[in-house]
Ligand binder design. Structure first.
Ligand SMILES: *[C@@H]1O[C@H](CO)[C@@H](O)[C@H](O)[C@H]1NC(C)=O
Ligand SMILES: *[C@@H]1O[C@H](CO)[C@@H](O)[C@H](O)[C@H]1NC(C)=O
Length: 302
């Protein structure tokens, strides 16, 4: 344990190096499993492998780490989970079967050290690593690694939260809702009423409070308010900062600051989403009021 402790100290002070080593090992493993045919073996360490690496990057992670579409199901422990797990398992066993024998240096590390080292990897690297072999898959699925990644990529808040289905699922769910929230601002930028109409839940209880301070209630009134906004002001390109998301099983809310230009004050916004029929819908949008003394407040209704 003492060795493990001093190793972990060493790892802490050399995180750049460690990250580089892990990524290198990972690339070698990925390439090695790709070039399983003997006559390619001499190429493994050569430079001609970059296209293979690229191919590996493109084909592998999609099955293991892209939880975007079924994040709520994952949080639910729902139907999409087990099927995907099976797919990952099949994929992993295939890769393992393809691999030549011989344990890598990574595999000989103490589990605690591996976990610690993995906490320095980013999301795509962790995904790719989990596809190299069963041992790495186990390590890369370690909840502490995903918790560390969550805090690094999203927020240091929610430290006391214990996600029901673990940090990996929570990370994926958070990433998914962040992407949906980004779509909202893309729709505003495009001024697309049809996309905005699909973005909202068609229900009588949805609410929208624009920067004018006016409340619109019910789907039709809300969509009309956006039609009015888009007619009046084409394509506002908000800069979005300090995005924070909290995701529960079928509900998520996102808070953020948005700027039309960085010299003017921020609009403080909240978006609330509900999960229905396999996707997230906006059910409430609330912008802080921009007071009329700034000219921005006169122009912008959303
Ligand atoms: C994940 O998959 C969905 C479709 O299943 C796709 O639209 C999306 O772009 C993918 N995201 C990433 C990060 O690969
Ligand atoms: C948004 O909140 C910040 C504090 O975080 C405040 O300074 C700013 O005035 C608020 N914006 C509006 C429009 O109320």
């Amino acid at each position: 344990m003492e060795i493990a402790y001093s190793l972990s100290i060493a790892l802490q002070s050399h995180q750049q190096l460690i990250t580089a080593i892990i990524i290198t090992l990972l690339s070698l493993l990925a390439v090695r499993s790709f070039f399983k045919r003997p006559h390619h073996k001499s190429n493994v360490t050569g430079t001609a492998t970059s296209s293979a690496k690229k191919q590996a990057r493109e084909t592998r992670p999609s099955s293991s780490c892209n939880h975007t579409s079924n994040s709520a199901a994952l949080l639910n422990g729902g139907a999409a989970g087990p099927a995907e797990e099976d797919m990952v398992m099949a994929d992993v066993s295939k890769v393992v079967a393809e691999m030549q024998s011989g344990a890598s240096m990574m595999e000989q590390l103490v589990p605690e050290i591996t976990t610690h080292a993995l906490s320095y990897l980013d999301y795509p690297s962790l995904c790719r690593l989990s596809m190299t072999n069963s041992l790495m898959r186990k390590a890369a699925n370690d909840d502490n690694a995903w918790k560390a990644l969550y805090h690094k990529d999203f927020t240091l808040e929610q430290d006391t939260v214990t996600p029901v289905h673990g940090w990996k699922a929570y990370y994926a769910a958070t990433r998914a809702i962040m992407n949906v929230n980004t779509d909202f601002f893309n729709i505003i930028k495009d001024g697309s009423l049809s996309s905005m109409s699909r973005f909202w839940l068609n229900a009588d209880y949805v609410k929208c409070i624009h920067a004018s301070g006016i409340l619109f209630s019910g789907y039709n009134a809300v969509i009309q308010s956006w039609q009015h906004a888009f007619n009046w002001e084409q394509g506002v390109d908000f800069q979005v900062r300090d995005v924070r998301a909290r995701v529960l099983t079928n509900m998520a809310w996102v808070t953020m600051k948005t700027y039309v230009d960085m010299d003017n004050g921020a609009f403080n916004m909240t978006n609330i989403f509900e999960f229905h029929h396999g996707r997230w819908y906006l059910v409430e949008h609330h912008s802080s009021e921009m007071l009329a003394d700034g000219d921005i407040g006169q122009q912008i209704v959303h």
